[in-house]
Design a protein around this ligand. Structure first.
Ligand code: ADP
Length: 212
């Protein structure tokens, strides 16, 4: 089964993807995490995308297509979750081609109001090593500034600052939100209210995917 998780930056895709991976055996492909890992390691891809990531702009489609194709080839678990892909109509079409033999079963959109997205993104911190997600207000680490899992430093993402957040939300509204119509017409779209706490959102999500 392939499930696509969509939603604006800050909607909680990464948090829910992690919960579904830990508790429901999903293998997740989080394109943002993969790209940041490339940037950190200064790979050929990393050098190309580094400044785009910091600016909050989309990375060229071709790079994403290759990442997703490789991810699907290397997949070891039965159920796959895509977090952060597709993000525009071109990527939707690419994904249709890539998954021809094993089509997407459902697309779940996490719906969160813009004010709440900004609030979450400005207080978000991530682990510099394992990419675990924290929030200074709703989900603080046990020890300030340290990851609960690996004790490494927590950092603020370069794109989690006010002006970059606005850029990302604008791109989301202009380009990514349009993919919902496509999946609605395909009868694959479910919308989940993502404004609540992570655990409540997870329970709702699990019900939908379980019914898949
Ligand atoms: P968020 O959803 O909070 O913006 P992500 O971690 O999913 O964060 O993505 C971070 C950045 O990675 C994006 O702003 C963009 O630069 C790049 N990126 C991730 N997925 C894609 C994609 N499908 N297409 C283009 N760029 C992407």
């Amino acid at each position: 089964m392939i499930v696509v998780l969509t939603g604006a930056p800050g909607a909680g895709k990464g948090t829910q993807a992690e919960l579904l991976a830990q508790r429901n055996g999903f293998e997740k492909i989080s394109t943002g995490d993969l790209l940041r890992r490339h940037a950190k390691k200064r790979t050929t891809i990393g050098k190309k995308v580094d400044s785009l990531l910091s600016e909050g702009r989309l990375v060229p489609d071709e790079i994403l297509t290759n990442l997703i194709e490789d991810g699907l080839k290397l997949k070891t678990r039965r159920d796959l979750l895509l977090d952060g892909y597709p993000r525009n109509l071109f990527q939707v079409r690419e994904l249709e081609k890539i998954t021809k033999g094993n089509p997407i079963s459902s697309v779940v959109h996490l719906d969160v109001e813009r004010d709440e997205l900004v609030r979450r993104l400005t207080s978000r911190r991530i682990c510099n090593s394992c990419a675990a997600i924290y929030n200074a207000i709703d989900n603080p680490p046990k020890v300030k500034g340290r990851c609960d899992w690996c004790d490494c430093d927590l950092i603020r993402r370069a794109d989690d600052v006010e002006d970059k957040i606005e850029v990302r939300l604008d791109i989301y509204e202009r380009e990514t939100a349009r993919i919902l119509d496509f999946y609605r017409q395909e009868g694959k779209l479910s919308i989940v209210d993502g404004n609540g706490k992570a655990e409540a959102v997870y329970n709702h999500l699990k019900g939908i995917i379980g019914e898949g």
